[in-house]
Design a protein. Structure first.
Length: 185
């Protein structure tokens, strides 16, 4: 993708994010996205088939980085040299949500949170499956995964509503205590 295409795509993402912070996904029209992004209809459709495809692509772009197995050094945090345990993965994810309040965190707390949460939970499920020691063996696997994913998603929503007063490390520690998880057990 050349720079011009990337700039257009970024403008569409930003416009869509801004609209999602105040309106329900179903009430946003493609025309509103076009107006906010200052792009033409054919330009929009050259990038995305539908607004649903836009939402999915935006979530994929955010989550592919946030849930990456390779933890890199970033502006506000550095987990590149640490282990890749569940605590580090969760803390890394929380830093991204905090650092990108206008994107992921805004959508998690906005009127369209149920759609964003669906994609978020899909990625969380994959992440938890990488840590089989956090999945209780004495209950059905799907139930255990559903509990872990749902409780973490709700913990994140609570954290956003409290204006992220806890540091990411504090929330990660508290959450892991709540689910009774100890690394390496």
């Amino acid at each position: 993708m050349d720079r011009r295409q990337q700039k257009t795509r970024t403008a569409i993402f930003q416009a869509f994010t801004k609209l999602l912070e105040t309106k329900h996904f179903n009430n946003i029209t493609v025309q509103e996205i076009l107006n906010e992004a200052n792009v033409g209809r054919s330009t929009f459709y050259a990038h995305f088939e539908t607004k649903e495809a836009l939402l999915k692509e935006m979530c994929t772009e955010i989550f592919d980085h946030v849930f990456s197995e390779d933890l890199h050094s970033e502006k506000t945090h550095d987990f590149s040299g640490s282990g890749h345990g569940l605590k580090e993965r969760i803390t890394h994810l929380l830093y991204h949500l905090r650092d990108n309040k206008g994107n992921a965190a805004g959508m998690l707390s906005g009127e369209s949170s149920e759609l964003f949460l669906r994609y978020f939970k899909e990625y969380l499920t994959v992440m938890y499956e990488e840590y089989p020691d956090c999945i209780r063996p004495d209950v059905p696997r799907e139930l255990a995964l559903n509990h872990l994913v749902g409780s973490f998603a709700e913990a994140v929503r609570w954290w956003i509503k409290t204006r992220m007063k806890l540091r990411p490390e504090e929330l990660a520690d508290d959450y892991l205590r709540l689910i009774g998880y100890k690394e390496g057990t």
